[in-house]
Every structure is written in C-alpha cells, then in structure tokens.
Design a protein around this ligand. Structure first.
Ligand SMILES: *Cc1c(COP(=O)(O)O)cnc(C)c1O
Length: 390
C-alpha cells in the first residue's frame, strides 16, 4: 500500500528533533555530527541565534505580501547581492529548480529580444544537476531523472565534462547559452578547471552566447569565496543561487547582468512566494554573516583543516578511499566501496554525510563548523571506515 508520503525518497530511519550548531539530535537523544547541512543548506548551522531572531522578528511583523507591492526586505537583499557580485539585478524564488526555470526563460527571452529567436539551445554537461522541474530534468538528461517523464523539453545538448573542444564543436546557430555548475554537486563534487571556465567564457563571447552558472550548491561561501566562480576570475551572465542563501529557510535567487535581465519586463515572470518578507529577512541575515571577508577567511582556514584530516583518513584506509576532491567546505571522498555503505556506517558512528554520483561521499558541513567539530568528524569517519573494512 502506498504510504501517505509519496515514496520518492529512500529515507534513513532517523528522526531528528532538534539542531544545535553542527549537531542534529535524534528523538532518542543520540547526537549526530552534521556534515551534510541538509545538502549544503544550513550554512550557519542549526538554530543560529541571528537567523532565529531575523525570522521571528519578521514573523511578528508580516509574513506574506504579494509582489504586487514593494517588499523592503527583498530590495535590501537584492542590493546586498548586487553589491557583492557581477550582477545588476536579482529575481527571488523558493528553490533551486525554480531558478533553473527562470534562467532558461531569461536566456531565451534575451535572444528573442535581440532578434535571434532561433538561439533557443542550451549546452549542458554530463553529471549535471539543475533540479527536478520538467525543464531541469531535460537539462540533465539523465536516464534516472527523466525515465517515464517524456516527451522532454527540447533544446538541451549534453556534453562531456571539462572538454572545451567538445563545446566548441557543439555550438550551432541555434545555441543560445551554456549552463554549468562551477563545481558539480550531485555529480560527485567535480570541480570545473579554471581553464575550462575561462574557455567557456571566451566561446560564449565569441559566439554571442550567455554563460549561466548554477551555484545552487557551490555558492554562498561554500568554497571559501562568496561564489565559487570567483576562484576562476570568470563571471557569468546569469547565476542561480539557492540552498545556502536562506540558511534553511526556502529561498533562491537568479542573479543577472543588466543585458541578460533587461528583456524580462513586467508580466514576463512571477512568483507568489518568491522574495517574501520572511525568506528575505533571513537571507539578509545570512548575507551579513557569510558575505564578510572574516567569515570567508574562517571557511578557508577550516577547509584546510578538514582537507588535511580527510587526506589522513584516505591514507589510513586505502581499501575504502581513493582520494579527496573539491574546494573549501564542499569536499568529496572518492570511495572504493559503494558510497551508500559508507554513509550507512557513518550513521552508526553518528556522523551525517551525503552520497553523490561517481562513487563519492559528500562532506558539506555548516560553514560555522568548529575546529573541535572537525576533529570529532575525523574520528567518527575513521570509525565508520574501520567498521566497513572489518
Ligand atoms: C539542489 C540543486 C538544485 C535544485 O534545487 P532545489 O532547491 O532542490 O530545487 C539545482 N542545482 C544544483 C546545482 C543543486 O545542487
């Protein structure tokens, strides 16, 4: 019999009742060290006082008004994002997949307004993940996500990862944009090389294409810069941000240059909840913390420590691990065993990790994780690996 909750997830039998910083507390009282952050969401950890205050203060005043009216919290957050990035303008959503929808619409509208309505195609990459809407699954093209959901939205061409020649060869007169995660998340913590991102920018400029970065997972301080693409020096025309931006409250944002955003005139897009006062009040508090140089320095410092511990773990358990990859606090342990088995062994050792494709287990701790937490994480992962090896 089908359960009341549609069974689209294989859920672990864990019931978390409370969160404190980097810790999740099970109903039975067991404390789990959270190296997953709800999949890169809780950037400030659980129940951070500044976020609790931002949310509850706003909840006392006003929960929801329509985008038919000006929303000061939304304007404040947009201003912070514009000041901190390449972008000139922002549209707020409630999730990453809604960002994908708008990024796709915006790119097509841009070319339509420029008198090149044939430029409707997107170049995407094997292993990519952009969400679960009908457009986003078409963008990914993966069998697992698309099976039974056809006919798929046309216009997406999937190319091998980090292969600039393949991109150049795939560009035709109907190509309109390149869509890429600077570091693939679900695909297994696969960073695009700086040379690849620079090459994509050059190809987009040469062919009049828009470059769209999906930073839903790798953005918001996760890599030690506010946005992951900053490491490469390459800027996009459109960028998707979600997950971390609300610190656990549903919020997403599409950032764009003036040129890319300009054709999105009144009535061309909308959202009932996107940019609501509650989400944007929390988003402002997240930006005020994560967007500061001191916070980002601390992420880099802690990332160095975590990486060093993980390298040690790999050296101690060569039968379980192949290596470490990623950037900042977005790290992947490439495994020689099924990643699900390591994640399960982690549950027994009371440490939360997240599986990904390409035989990788993801480590995405809260960006507020302490050095003590990192030392404890290494001990618990060591216990999990030893249990698997035995
Ligand atoms: C999670 C994710 C999405 C989808 O976000 P949702 O909020 O789950 O809709 C899109 N792109 C990337 C890179 C993601 O990691």
């Amino acid at each position: 019999m089908i359960p009341p909750v549609l069974p689209t997830y294989n859920r672990a039998k864990l019931h978390f009742a409370k969160g404190e910083g980097s810790w999740l507390i099970e109903e039975d009282g067991r404390r789990f060290l959270d190296l997953g952050s709800g999949i890169a969401v809780n950037v400030m950890g659980h129940a951070h006082p500044a976020l609790v205050k931002a949310l509850t203060d706003q909840a006392q005043a006003l929960w929801h008004v329509s985008n038919l009216y000006e929303i000061p919290q939304q304007e404040a957050l947009a201003r912070k994002l514009v000041e901190a990035s390449f972008a000139d303008t922002v549209f707020f959503t409630n999730s990453g997949t809604e960002c994908a929808e708008l990024a796709i619409k915006m790119a097509r509208r841009y070319h339509h307004a420029a008198g090149q309505p044939e430029k409707t195609g997107f170049l995407t990459f094997e292993g990519c993940f952009h969400g679960r809407s009908t457009a986003a699954i078409a963008a990914s093209g993966s069998e697992k996500m698309t099976q039974g959901f056809g006919p798929l939205m046309p216009g997406f061409t999937s190319l091998p990862w980090d292969d600039l020649d393949a991109v150049e060869a795939a560009i035709t007169e109907t190509t309109g944009a390149v869509l890429i995660e600077p570091i693939q998340g679900e695909g297994g913590i696969r960073p695009a090389s700086d040379a690849f991102l620079k090459g994509l920018r050059a190809l987009c400029d040469a062919h009049g294409l828009l470059l769209i970065f999906d930073e839903v997972q790798c953005g918001m301080g996760r890599t030690g810069r506010l946005f992951a693409h900053e490491w490469s020096g390459v800027t996009p025309d459109i960028m998707m941000v979600a997950k971390g931006i609300g610190g656990g409250f549903p919020l997403g944002a599409v950032l764009a240059t003036e040129a890319a955003g300009d054709p999105m005139t009144a009535g061309s897009h909308g959202s009932t909840y996107g940019g609501n006062p509650l989400a944007c009040a929390v988003g402002c508090a997240v930006m005020d913390h994560v967007g500061t140089p001191a916070f980002l320095d601390s992420v880099n410092r802690k990332a160095g420590l975590l990486r060093q511990k993980l390298e040690g773990l790999v050296a101690d358990h060569p039968g379980i691990f192949e290596g470490v990859r990623g950037q900042g606090l977005m790290l992947g342990l490439k495994c020689r065993v099924a990643p699900g088995n390591l994640v399960a062994a982690g549950y027994d050792a009371q440490v939360i990790t997240v599986p990904a494709a390409d035989n990788v287990v993801r480590l995405l701790p809260p960006l507020t994780v302490t050095e003590d937490d990192i030392a404890e994480a290494a001990r618990r992962l060591d216990r999990a690996a030893a249990a698997l090896a035995a």
